[in-house]
Design a protein around this ligand. Structure first.
Ligand code: ZN
Length: 135
């Protein structure tokens, strides 16, 4: 009998080898893509956004809005898909968020978003895959 092997999910970084160097930099070294560089900024179709590293669904297109920041922005994520921590990279506290499933860093949450949540998930476009809803 082979005993069941259980692997803890949190704190485990599974790096997908198909990622580009820029994607690895943002996801695993807390990098940030250049503002305005993501073609997802202009994505307005109905659909869902997935973690580019592990493939879990993170955002619905209904929560996406134009923040003018230069990064894809959402006022809410799907429930329980991120864990957050505070960073001081710029000298003041910011809330950064990571994919709960793979640990990949996606962006920061700000408190200047629209109703109903007042939050802005400022997400690096290179960390997301968009799939249009097929209907
Ligand atoms: Zn992930």
């Amino acid at each position: 009998m082979i005993p069941n092997q259980t692997t803890p999910k949190s704190n485990m970084k599974k790096i997908n080898d198909k990622l580009s160097p820029e994607q690895k930099l943002v996801l695993f070294e807390e990098g940030t893509e250049r503002a305005g560089s993501s073609n997802l900024n202009n994505e307005k179709r109905k659909g869902s956004y997935y973690c580019v590293n592990c493939g879990i669904k993170l955002f619905d297109s209904n929560a996406k809005y134009e923040s003018g920041s230069g990064w894809p922005s959402f006022y809410e994520s799907l429930p329980e898909v991120f864990e957050t921590k505070t960073d001081y990279l710029l000298g003041y506290p910011r809330t950064e968020y990571h994919c709960k499933n793979c640990g990949g860093h996606h962006g920061h949450i700000f408190e200047d978003g629209p109703a109903p949540t007042g939050k802005r998930y400022c997400n690096n476009g290179v960390c997301l895959i968009f799939k249009e809803k097929s209907e």
